[in-house]
Ligand binder design. Structure first.
Ligand code: NAD
Length: 409
């Protein structure tokens, strides 16, 4: 079962609890608008290259649609549609005044020169500029895109519509970006971890942690958890992994990975594979890299007591059932990694108000929103005797369904 099927399975579980009728389910699942566009650019060698771009606008019942732009060779309409749907439930779970969207281009950005990357981005915005906007649909970075890509995107949009920084978030600080955006998802993971451990009456200080992925989300999650007193025993990235039973020195590991391009070989550690990491004897497991890594087979061997889903869709539905039966507490992606979209929301608010917040204000507001989101998910999970995932979906889908019904069709 893949992540697309998993998302539908989780939706239906919550929809059953909410007793939603088949027509309402169809209404909630059907994207509002699906754009598929041709992007033809001249390559540096003079040849023309044609790419396919997507923007799926899933739902705007609760506000303008919000979601990232992914540049990846495997981007396709079905995957983007599922990710757009997850954004709708995610923004609703943490109660941001947004709907959900997602977009992308089927391309390996590493195969493009900087100039080609700029041209493809401008070409994409040329094709979609009249369907996005600060009050309609607000893109942001995702896999394969970054603040520089957002800078080109907003610049291209402004050629048609004039000064509009609020059309895109995740921009560079120099171009109306926000303090704290880079660290936001990892910091949110730490806030949710603290709340989960407090709710379970488990000490976070000294807790043993294994973490898959040491990129934007994985690094900041590790750094903030390390700061909070947790012990990061194992880390893997795409090239290898490291283990130290006494705890890794996260700032030193970051320096090492920046210099060597990989965590592998970090002094004082032993090598570690992904399989070993996912099965390691720790208190907390944080998948912060790929989707679909927790399969049924791996779930059977997981020894962690708590899983915080920092990556999008890391757990397959069959694996989720196994983890639940084993009594492992799984905090779902639509809550655990909502810190990024929350600080994107702060960026949008600052752009609209033309008033800047400092880092302390960003961190304080992020803490407030993420903690409130956790408390609500925890409460519903206890009241209805369901997993945290089903509780999060009940809250997210329930909010979207109520807004849709109140507004009328
Ligand atoms: P990133 O590209 O910065 O980092 C990805 C990390 O995963 C890298 O360390 C990479 O080496 C590692 N990785 C890749 N393949 C791997 C493999 N086979 N085994 C082990 N490690 C592997 O990406 P990111 O922004 O940190 O995103 C990570 C996850 O979090 C993704 O699922 C993304 O969708 C999700 N997410 C990110 C944000 C955000 O704000 N960046 C927000 C919400 C969700």
């Amino acid at each position: 079962m893949n992540t697309i099927e998993a998302a539908l399975y989780y939706f239906n579980q919550a929809a059953n609890h909410l007793e939603l009728s088949a027509p309402v389910r169809k209404l909630l699942l059907t994207p509002k608008r699906e754009l598929k566009v041709q992007i033809a650019i001249p390559l540096d060698n003079g040849e023309v290259a044609t790419f396919i771009g997507f923007r799926i606008q899933h739902d705007d019942a609760r506000g303008p649609m919000k979601g990232g732009l992914r540049y990846h060779p495997e981007v396709d309409a079905d995957e983007v549609t599922t990710l757009a749907q997850l954004m709708t439930w995610k923004t609703a779970v943490v109660d941001l005044p947004y709907g959900g969207a997602k977009g992308g281009i089927g391309v390996d950005p590493k195969s493009l020169s900087r100039n080609e990357l700029e041209r493809i981005t401008r070409g994409f915005i040329d094709a979609i500029h009249d369907t996005i906007g600060p009050d309609r649909d607000i893109p942001a970075p995702d896999m394969g895109t970054n603040a520089q890509v957002m800078a080109w995107a907003v610049n291209q949009y402004e050629k048609y519509h004039g000064f509009s920084p609020a059309v895109i978030t995740g921009k560079p600080l120099e171009l109306h970006g926000s303090q704290g955006r880079e660290e936001a998802t990892g910091r949110g993971v730490m806030i949710i971890t603290k709340a989960t451990f407090a709710a379970l009456h488990r000490p976070l200080s000294g807790a043993k942690v294994a973490l898959q992925g040491f990129g934007n989300v994985g690094y900041f999650a590790a750094a903030f958890l390390h700061e909070a007193g947790a012990k990061i025993l194992g880390v893997t990235d795409v090239t290898g992994g490291v283990w130290n039973p006494l705890g890794l020195d996260v700032p030193a590991l970051k320096k090492w990975a920046a210099e060597k391009g990989s965590v592998a070989g970090f002094p004082g550690s032993t090598p570690l594979t992904n399989d070993e990491l996912l099965r390691s004897d720790v208190d907390l497991l944080i998948p912060a890299a790929l989707g679909g890594v927790l399969t049924e087979e791996i779930a059977r061997d997981v020894r962690a007591k708590v899983i915080i889903e920092a990556a999008n869709a890391p757990t397959l539905a069959v694996a989720d059932e196994v983890l639940n039966k084993k009594g492992i507490v799984v905090v779902p992606d639509i809550l655990a990694n909502a810190g990024g979209v929350t600080v994107s929301y702060f960026e949008w608010v600052q752009n609209l108000q033309q008033f800047r917040w400092d880092l302390a204000k960003i961190r304080g507001e992020l803490d407030r929103i993420m903690t409130a989101g956790f408390d609500e998910v925890w409460r519903v999970s206890r009241e209805r005797k369901v997993s945290l995932r089903t509780a999060a979906y009940i809250i997210g889908i329930g909010r979207v369904a109520r807004a849709t019904q109140l507004a009328g069709y």
